[in-house]
Design a protein around this ligand. Sequence first.
Ligand code: WTA
Length: 643
Amino acid sequence: MANQEAAGFDGVSDRSALQEFSVSNSESFWAAVARQRLSWIRPFHTVQDCDLSRGEIKWFVGGQLNVSVNCLDRHVHTCPERVALIWERDESGSEVKVTYRSLLEMTCRLGNLLRRHGVKRGDCVTIYMPTCPLAVASMLACARIGAAHNVVFAGFSAEALAERIRDAQSGTVITVNQGVRGGKVTELKKTVDTAVQSCPAVQQVFVAMRTENPVAMTARDVAMEEEMLKEDVVCEPAAMDSEDVLFLLYTSGSTGKPKGLVHTQAGYLLYAALTHRYVFSYHDGDVFGCVADIGWITGHSYSVYGPLANGGTTVLFESTPIYPDPGRYWEMVQRLKINQFYGAPTAIRLLLKYGDEWVHKYDRSTLKTLGSVGEPINTEAWEWYHRVVGDGRCPVVDTWWQTETGGICISPRPSDADAEIVPGMAMRPFFSIKPTLMDTEGKVLTSNDVSGALCIAQPWPGMARTIHNNHQRFIETYCRPHPGYFFTGDGAYRSKEGYYQITGRLDDVINVSGHRIGTAEIEDNQCAAVAESAVIGYSHDLKGQGVYAFVVLKNDVEVQGAALCQQLNNMVSKKIAKYACPDFIQVFVQRLPKTRSGKIMRRVLRKVVERDLDGVGDLSTLDDPTAVQEIIQGHGDLCGKQP
Ligand code: WTA
């Protein structure tokens, strides 16, 4: 597979030699790959200029290119009628195919429209749309004219959207009249209307029509498709510096405020393209089916940028795994002849429960590789994916990465075709990635069969460059914990054989169905009756992690438990999104367990929820140990009642 890359380097003959070469000669490796795989307007003069300890990361300095040209124009020259996108609409069996030629036309019209409406190089455009061709064209149109995009997952509430629009200083929003998912209509334009009321900088909202139902338009709204028709199909691409911003993508961290991670042009695109090709063994002519929403990094890198940079055919999945029935994925695989399927463990666990017949019903013989992303995949789900979905024929790649890493960093492939794959393990670092485990004192763990904090020892082109408007937070979160290393926030185990297995987050981030949410973000939602709250993640059968909230009421408050829970859930779904709502809310009257200095002891709360009372450990540092008894009692009562 990697022969094309290996051929370029002296003395490198096979894959493992290439892996070693790419780690110890990362600059020569990436220079060669960048020259070979990207079309440059002006060549770069410096491969990299990085200082991890200061959070200064620059790749391909001096180079200029345009990402949309790399994703579209160069393929239109060679194969204009090749299908770029297959839009798998929510209504099963009504897919729409978009060729490279027509995606380029769409992108150019939209680029011209944005320009005509004053969007300039360096501006940031917020995209609040379901996964669809116009959303992809919007991303690429921004790239074409040099604007940054900020895609906000269309499941986020008006308040969460507004916060992201404001933080990104976006003056333009692109949306659709209504969304359709799992047969349900959502009022996306109305959500935008509510959001922009608190975003004075927003001058214009472009509205595309996903359904035929008209929506109320205001003076600031522009009917997108209608106006696009008036535009030319040629749009001059902006010459962008390698390190100009390509996009912002907000994700949760351990504070209450989501952070806008910044990815830049050349390095991000190259890394997405190379990982897409090698991790999934993507070949020309394959149909790539990543079912992630474009609102998350997986949708960015593996529904859009990676496949398009490689001239691939990529599926845009608008629906859910169980609509209209639990055979949806596999019926789609049969109908669209999908060769690589990339999905989330939470969906696999859900489908597993519905039984094998939903899979067996459909022809899956086109499948070659199965991928998993977003959270650890348990052995049972992995085995089922491999044995039932892939008929035991397809390698399953458990891919570890993050919004911050831009693309896959650890995955069983690429490796030799017969190299072993261990269930539920990401296993092997990608080219040039050097994973390092740290002990609690911050010392590098050199042996095998150890666990520690997962860091990456040298920069790679796909990594995020900063947090929008907050470089200090970037440094503190990723660079300061282990100076000279990029700290991922995850823990990992390195096996006797030297394979990596991700064990989960080390910070206060919960991974609900593969979606990140910070405990502090949920805790910020307090109503008048609540004195204080603490939120933790706990192990959940389907979602991977569920949200468990401990709520302490103010003195003399009289509220019914159920009514209060309803109120708190409404608040979280209004302020953030439905997926962030607690599965359990335990209401009680005493204080949360705290140290004498006032820090909430989450360790204790976690142990109570895990029913590991012996593991609660030393409570002598607790301010008021009797509080714990009440919590244990309340937890028992609650779990007897709720699902
Ligand atoms: C978790 C998603 C175990 C991890 C691409 C990481 C995983 C966070 C895996 C990033 C995996 C992702 N095994 N855990 N294969 N993939 N994670 O930014 O905790 O939405 O830090 O990016 O998901 O989530 P994000």
